[in-house]
Design a protein around this ligand. Structure first.
Ligand SMILES: Nc1ncnc2c1ncn2[C@@H]1O[C@H](COP(=O)(O)OP(=O)(O)OP(=O)(O)O)[C@@H](O)[C@H]1O
Length: 823
């Protein structure tokens, strides 16, 4: 096939005379992509000279940062008042008799994905040009003409995909909406896939090659085969499988998800506990997505659209943290888009598997498989201890003294000697996760271990402070999994159930609670009491009310006496924002954003206040803080009460808590690092993250409510609608707008964006103009390879925007550049 370059700049021969083939539209001459116009995007050559293999995808350029920082991003946190994902799914399943999770049905509908479609269409044209050229050049009398040309085009498609893989795969899925930019979709591959036999665990056989080339996996372990053939899997029932760490659990989950998106044409949700793990999974799934024509969407931190976009042609695997997974499921329930779900849970460590299985109504598959022998160590200071398991007892015995030759700077960078430990072993891909002061190093990457069948080693790095806790943890039995639904959680769950119209009568709400994990730890009588008490308190606060203004007596057994009365959510939420806006509009403190932020803090932020600490924070408030506090009624006399321990009666706890939460958000807004904020306000980092998410979504819903109120009542609501819109956007990342723009780059999160900003790279364009050496030299801990990825991504962005621009000319529409910027 000719590789001559023409003026398209993409290496495709131009089409001398266009003939309509396929679904593309002819390009006008003004639309022909001109390399000069594509700025300096030399990285994007869609026609490679020769490409053999697409290597494993590059790690996100700040992966090290993610890993080191993973406790910052730790998603395992109590979400105040939120039932967990599985609780929600399971409850839904039981109530509606519907089936639950790994697959979320995406009903084919009119999707709105103009950006992606426009890009695809332009690329489609390029392809059709290629098709026509081939068709014109071939001998039409030959019976194989069409077949050859088709093959040729398909080869071109593969080459493009390969090129994309080789250039910078990250650009494919990292957009503002964080969906995979599926350039592979320029030619409909589904017909190709359809022709392929489904002989690889129910997947097209091409999947087998992909596992071989990207994972070096040729044969599944016996347990994996057994698990994939379980009756529960075949019947799409819920399942929990439990195996030791590195037993290969994730692979089974991947096969199941691939089956959903490729064979059943449904979506799948993969929930992982850390942001860093979500990122890693997205990268490792991306070559599969490219080759098999599905999407991978990221739902972590500020990423992920709620509700998820409906897609007409391709199905998605949503990779989410716990909080985002929960928000995603809620948004789908809200829109009645969730149906036919199957829950598949996997874990290495579950203390009370039967309880969990009962709760999830799941089958259990448990094995003690380890691909290779694993020796576990603990590093405490300079000594490496070995963990010995004998006759059910655990012993920690000194193994050896270690010493590495570190420079002073090296020691500063790596105080735990992780690099030394890694270097000591025969490692190419160490796995390192940090959690608090403990950090684990796994030597000899899983696949190598498995391939070479050589023993593996894991090292827990422990500080003196945690030594006791670690010893106790190792010798203790596994703690049982317990429901986190306390009184507040139950309130939130019941309120959500009524709001989502999943359960609308007291007896149904009792059923909702009994579908949770609570019955595993409390008696049925306690459950009844909790349900009655919770409903009573929701009715008392006015969050819920009975239809027709029916009122139970104070001491009534609501479940018994009012079992069939219909409950509705009162207009309290709407009323609350209305009141807030009215109060705030009379005396809005405009020195900064604090007062507005206060407006979107949750009414019950799930805080326990320490008044002495509150007092010291009050004393250090700046002008804006003092003014805002005053407007809210928090005065000096309240502060004196805080320090003297006298009760504060003239102002509600809710206001005090909300103001405290608003101060936290304002600090993040001012780019104070999250760990520092957590220390300053004495709260958990996970809690801060969920506070940020709540504020952002409250701002978004506040905006909607203000819009409605503005229509009906006028007044200040229209201005607040605009203010809240801006606020919601900024709260997504809690960052300056310049930093937000940098965060649009693949794998650039807040910390990295701030680093770039401080090093003088204040916009995507400045990153695009830099050389890898410059960038790596200026930004601390940024490797040359990572700098290259970043620069290629920054350079590719304008190309995508340009493609949109071309299309807008073709459609005769003006392009919305603010939207184009999002690509
Ligand atoms: N059948 C197989 N053959 C060879 N290697 C495999 C096979 N299955 C999984 N692996 C490799 O073993 C390693 C560990 O697998 P995986 O991450 O799936 O384990 P896991 O049980 O999910 O681990 P964890 O408990 O840490 O989440 C990975 O590198 C994976 O590629």
């Amino acid at each position: 096939m000719s590789t001559r370059t023409n003026k398209t700049g993409f290496g495709f021969p131009s089409t001398p005379k266009r003939r309509r083939l396929g679904v593309g539209r002819p390009l006008k001459s003004s639309q022909i992509l001109n390399q000069d116009n594509l700025m300096s995007c030399s990285q994007l050559h869609l026609r490679p000279e020769s490409i053999e293999k697409c290597d494993s995808p590059p790690l996100p350029c700040n992966q090290v940062e993610f890993l080191c920082d993973s406790d910052v991003n730790n998603s395992i946190c109590d979400i105040p008042g939120s039932p967990g994902v599985s609780e929600t799914c399971n409850i839904l399943k039981r109530i509606d008799g519907r089936k639950t999770f790994i697959e979320l049905d995406s009903r084919i509908n009119n999707i709105q994905e103009p950006e992606i479609n426009t890009t695809n269409n332009v690329l489609n044209d390029l392809f059709n040009s290629r098709f026509e050229y081939g068709f014109a050049a071939c001998d039409k009398t030959s019976p194989n003409c069409v077949k050859n040309v088709t093959k040729d085009v398909e080869k071109t498609l593969d080459n493009i995909n390969q090129t994309i893989c080789n250039i910078d795969r990250s650009v494919l899925f990292e957009t503002k909406d964080s969906f995979l930019l599926d350039i592979s979709g320029v030619v409909d591959k589904s017909t190709v896939l359809d022709k392929l036999s489904s002989d690889f665990y129910g997947l097209p056989s091409i999947a087998k090659d992909l596992f071989k080339s990207y994972r070096n996996i040729e044969k599944f372990y016996d347990w994996q085969e057994e698990c994939l053939n379980l009756k529960a899997i075949r019947q799409r029932d819920n399942l929990i499988y439990s195996l030791p760490t590195s037993g290969g659990k994730t692979l089974v989950a991947e096969v199941l998800m691939l089956r959903e998106v490729l064979v059943r044409k449904k979506n799948a949700l993969f929930i992982l506990p850390f942001v860093a793990l979500v990122q890693e999974k997205i990268y490792s799934l991306s070559p599969f997505a490219i080759q098999l024509d599905f999407l991978v969407e990221e739902y972590a931190s500020g990423k992920g659209i709620l509700p998820p976009k409906k897609r007409r042609k391709r199905n998605s695997i949503y990779v989410a943290t716990i909080e985002k997974g929960l928000a995603l499921i809620r948004s789908l329930i809200d829109l009645n888009r969730l149906e036919g779900i199957q829950v598949v849970g996997m874990s290495a460590t579950i203390g009370n598997l039967p309880d969990l299985a009962e709760f999830l109504q799941a089958d259990v598959f448990e094995r003690q498989f380890r691909p290779v022998e694993l020796t576990e160590y603990v590093k405490l200071g300079d000594v490496l201890y070995r963990i010995k398991y004998e006759n059910g007892a655990v012993e920690i015995v000194p193994d050896r003294q270690i010493s590495f030759d570190y420079s002073e700077a090296g020691l500063k960078l790596d105080p735990d000697h992780v690099a030394g430990l890694v270097g000591e072993g025969d490692v190419t891909s160490p796995q390192c996760g940090a959690c608090g002061t403990m950090c684990g190093v796994e030597r000899r990457g899983g696949e190598r271990r498995a391939a070479a069948m050589c023993p593996g080693e894991s090292i827990v790095i422990c500080s003196g402070r945690d030594w006791g806790a670690l010893r106790a943890m190792l010798s203790a039995a596994l703690p049982p999994v317990r429901s986190q639904l306390g009184r507040a959680g139950a309130g939130s769950l019941l309120l959500s159930a009524v709001a989502l119209r999943l359960a609308t009568r007291p007896r149904m709400l009792r059923d909702v609670l009994s579908c949770s994990l609570l019955p595993a730890s409390v008696t049925p009588e306690c459950l009844d009491d909790l349900c009655n008490e919770t409903m009573r308190s929701l009715l008392k606060t006015g969050a819920l009310e009975f239809l027709g203004n029916k009122q139970p007596a104070d001491d009534d057994d609501i479940i018994g006496k009012c079992s069939d009365w219909e409950l509705i959510v009162s207009a309290l939420g709407k009323a609350a924002i209305k009141d807030d806006v009215r109060v705030v509009s009379r005396s809005l403190v405009l020195v900064g954003s604090l007062h507005l932020i206060y407006l979107v803090t949750p009414h019950e932020p799930g805080l326990t206040l320490d008044y002495r600490h509150y007092y010291s924070l009050y004393c250090s408030l700046d002008d804006e803080g003092l003014q805002c506090a005053k407007v809210l009624g928090i005065t000096e006399s309240n502060a004196v009460r805080m320090i003297t321990g006298r009760p504060i009666t003239n102002i509600s706890q809710t206001v005090l808590k909300r103001f405290y939460a608003a101060l936290i958000i304002r600090d993040l807004w001012k780019l104070v690092p999250l760990p520092q904020v957590a220390d300053k306000y004495n709260v958990g980092r996970g809690w801060i993250q969920s506070l940020m998410t709540s504020c952002s979504s409250l701002a978004a819903s506040g905006e909607r409510v203000c819009e409605q109120l503005a229509e009906h009542e006028g007044g200040p609501f229209a201005s607040f609608q605009l203010l809240l819109r801006e606020l919601a956007g900024r709260l997504r990342h809690c960052a300056h707008p310049e930093i937000e723009a940098l965060m649009e780059l693949p794998a650039v999160r807040k910390a990295r964006a701030m680093q770039l900003f401080r090093s003088g790279f204040r916009s995507v364009a400045e990153v695009a103009r830099a050389s890898p050496q410059q960038l790596a030299g200026a930004v601390q801990h940024l490797s040359l390879a990572a700098a290259e990825h970043l620069i290629s991504a920054a350079r590719v962005r304008p190309v995508l925007i340009y493609l949109l621009y071309l299309l807008s000319i073709d459609c005769g529409n003006g392009v919305d550049w603010s939207k184009a910027e999002n690509v």
